[in-house]
Design a protein around this ligand. Structure first.
Ligand SMILES: NC(=O)c1ccc[n+]([C@@H]2O[C@H](COP(=O)([O-])OP(=O)(O)OC[C@H]3O[C@@H](n4cnc5c(N)ncnc54)[C@H](O)[C@@H]3O)[C@@H](O)[C@H]2O)c1
Length: 492
C-alpha cells in the first residue's frame, strides 16, 4: 500500500524516532544515521512504545514491518532511499550541512523532507544542488500516532514534490496539510507558541500553576479542539446566528487587555526553575516513558472515538484502515495457496484485550474468528461496495473450542477452511494459533447470505457465489477437521 519502499532517517531523536516508527509500522525499510552513542537505545524505546500503540490503534491487517538498519555514515544511510527524513537539531547550519552530504550520496529523485518546526524552506534549500526536492514535512509528537503533517514548499520546491509528498504521507495514515505560503513556524506552531507564551505569563505572574493551566485545557476546550478546532467551535458558540453573532458578541474583547500575546516574560533561570519545579510536582511521579504510554493510550481512545463518528482525525484513521483492509484482502487473494486453509488473521494480541492475568479474554477469541470470517468474505468479494449494494452474510451459529491461553502482544494467526459454500450457506472452520505453532482455539461458523433491505436470507450475487464455491472446491480435498460438527462437551 505504501508509496515507497525505502526511506532514510537522518537524526533519530524524539521526532526522528517517531518517524522511523511510523515508516516501519507501514512496511517501509528505514536506514538510520545518528552519530549520538545512545541513539540506538533511545530509538528502540520509542519503537517499543509505537508497536504497543499500533496493536491498540487498529486491528486492520498491516503490511509486514519494514526493516530497520543503522549506519555509520550518512552517505550509506541515504543510498537508495526514496524519501530522506531529516530530523536533526533545529539549526540552519547543521541542516544545510546534512543536505549537502545527503545530496552527494542520494539518488536524484529522492525527496528530502525536513521536520523543522519553524525554519523557512527557502532558507533550508538555499545551497542545494537540487532544491526542487526539498519540502518541509512538519510532524507532531508522537509522530507515529498523530496524523497531521504540515507540508511547506520553499521558493524553489517543485509542485510535483509537494504532490508526491502528499501521496506518501497519506499512504502511511497521515493527514498532509499543505501550507501554501511559507512563514516561520508555519500554522500549528504559531498557534501553540501564542498559547505557550500566555501560559508562561500566567505561571510567572503567579496566577496559576502548571497543573492548573493543564487542567484548564484538558477539562474544557482541549476536548473541543480535538474534534472541531477553533472556528467551527466558535461558530456553534454563536448560537443559531452562528459566526457573525459570535464575532459581534466577542469582537470588542479583542481590544481588552485579555492577553499579552505580543509580549513575553523574560527567559531566565528563575523562569525555568519555576516552570520545571511545578512540572516536577505535577507529573514527576511518572517516568517520561510511562507518560508517553499514558499519552498514547489516551490519544488512541480519542482517535477511536472520533473514528466511530467518521470525523476529523478519526476519519483519517477510518480511511487508513479501509485501505489496509482492502490491501490485506487483495494480498491474501493474490498470494494465498487456496488448496490449503487460508491465513485470514495475523496480529499481536492488543494489550486491552486481556484480563487481570494478562491473557486474552474469552470474548476476544470470538472477535478473532469474526475478523477471520470478515477477511474471508472480503476475499470472495463481500467488500464495502457489495454491502452498500445490499448484500451481506450474517453469522447464525458459532461453536468455539478454547484450547490454550495467550498473553498480551503475543503474535497470533488464524487459518480458515471453507467446509461448505452452497446457495445462501457458507460454513467456515477457523483455527487460531500462536505463531510458535501452539493451537489456541477452533471456531466453526455458519453464515447465511442476506438481503440487507428486508433482512431476509437471499442468494448471493453470482460472482460472490462463484468465488465462494471456488474456495470450497479447493478445500474439498483437505481432511475434514475432526472437531467440526461437534456438540458442546464432546471430547476429541
Ligand atoms: N520535539 C518536538 O516536539 C518537535 C516537533 C516537530 C518537529 N520538531 C523538529 O524536529 C527536529 C528534531 O527535533 P527533536 O526534538 O527530535 O531533537 P532531538 O534533539 O531529540 O534529536 C536530534 C537528533 O539529531 C541527531 N543529530 C545531530 N546532528 C546530526 C547529524 N549531523 N546527522 C544526523 N543526526 C544528527 C542527534 O544526535 C539527536 O539524536 C528539529 O528540527 C525540530 O524543530 C521537533
Amino acid at each position: 500500500m505504501a508509496e515507497i519502499r525505502k526511506a532514510a532517517a537522518l537524526g533519530g531523536g524524539v521526532i526522528g524516532a517517531g518517524w522511523v516508527a511510523r515508516l516501519l509500522e507501514n512496511g517501509i525499510d528505514v536506514a538510520v544515521y545518528d552519530p549520538a552513542p545512545e541513539a540506538e537505545r533511545r530509538l528502540q524505546a520509542v519503537l517499543d512504545n509505537a508497536e504497543r500503540a499500533y496493536a491498540r490503534l487498529t486491528l486492520a491487517p498491516r503490511p509486514k514491518k519494514g526493516v530497520l538498519t543503522f549506519h555509520a555514515s550518512l552517505a550509506e544511510a541515504v543510498k537508495d532511499a526514496e524519501l530522506i527524513v531529516e530530523s536533526v537539531p533545529e539549526r540552519l547550519d547543521i541542516k544545510q550541512k546534512v543536505y549537502a552530504e545527503a545530496e552527494a550520496a542520494a539518488g536524484p529523485q529522492a525527496i528530502i523532507a525536513s521536520s523543522t518546526s519553524g525554519i523557512l524552506p527557502s532558507d533550508l534549500q538555499a545551497g542545494m544542488t537540487h532544491p526542487e526536492r526539498l519540502v518541509v514535512a512538519h510532524p507532531f509528537n508522537p509522530v507515529y500516532l498523530l496524523p497531521l503533517v504540515e507540508l511547506v514548499g520553499g521558493k524553489q520546491t517543485a509542485p510535483e514534490t509537494i504532490e508526491r509528498a502528499k501521496a506518501i504521507y497519506a499512504a502511511i495514515g497521515m493527514h498532509p496539510l499543505h501550507i501554501r505560503k511559507e512563514i516561520e513556524a508555519f500554522v500549528a506552531d504559531r498557534l501553540l507558541e501564542a498559547v505557550w507564551r500566555e501560559c508562561l505569563w500566567l505561571v510567572t505572574d503567579g496566577i496559576a500553576t502548571t497543573g492548573e493551566i493543564d487542567d484548564a485545557i484538558r477539562y474544557g476546550f482541549g476536548l473541543r479542539w480535538a474534534q472541531m478546532g477553533i472556528f467551527e467551535t466558535y461558530r456553534i458558540a454563536g448560537g443559531e446566528a452562528g459566526m457573525r453573532h459570535f464575532m459581534a458578541q466577542f469582537g470588542p474583547c479583542l481590544k481588552w487587555p485579555w492577553t499579552k500575546l505580543t509580549d513575553v516574560p523574560e527567559f531566565n533561570d528563575a523562569l525555568v526553575d519555576l516552570v520545571a519545579g511545578q512540572s516536577d510536582e505535577q507529573s514527576g511521579r511518572h517516568s517520561i516513558r510511562e507518560l508517553e504510554r499514558i499519552r498514547d493510550d489516551n490519544l488512541i481512545a480519542i482517535l477511536q472515538a472520533l473514528k466511530v463518528n467518521d470525523w476529523g482525525a478519526g476519519k483519517t484513521l477510518a480511511d487508513y484502515e479501509r485501505r489496509l483492509f482492502d490491501a490485506g484482502a487483495g494480498a491474501a487473494a493474490n498470494d494465498s495457496d487456496i488448496s490449503q486453509p487460508i491465513v485470514t488473521l495475523e496480529r499481536r494480541v492488543p494489550a486491552d484485550w486481556t484480563d487481570y492475568n494478562n491473557h486474552m479474554n474469552e470474548s476476544r477469541y470470538l472477535q478473532c474468528f469474526a475478523d477471520a470470517s470478515d477477511a474471508l468474505l472480503r476475499m470472495i468479494g463481500v467488500d464495502a461496495d457489495y454491502v452498500a449494494s445490499g448484500g451481506s452474510y450474517f453469522t447464525v451459529e458459532t461453536h468455539i473450542r478454547h484450547i490454550d491461553e495467550v498473553a498480551a502482544l503475543e503474535p497470533i494467526r488464524a487459518t480458515t477452511q471453507v467446509l461448505e459454500a452452497k446457495g445462501k450457506k457458507l460454513r467456515l472452520f477457523h483455527r487460531l494459533s500462536h505463531v510458535d505453532g501452539r493451537e489456541l482455539a477452533t471456531g466453526e461458523h455458519l453464515l447465511i447470505h442476506v438481503n440487507l433491505e428486508n433482512r431476509r436470507a437471499a442468494e448471493p450475487a453470482p460472482a460472490i457465489a462463484a468465488k465462494a464455491a471456488e474456495l470450497a472446491a479447493a478445500h474439498a480435498d483437505l481432511a475434514w477437521p475432526e472437531e467440526a460438527g461437534r456438540a458442546v462437551g464432546q471430547a476429541r
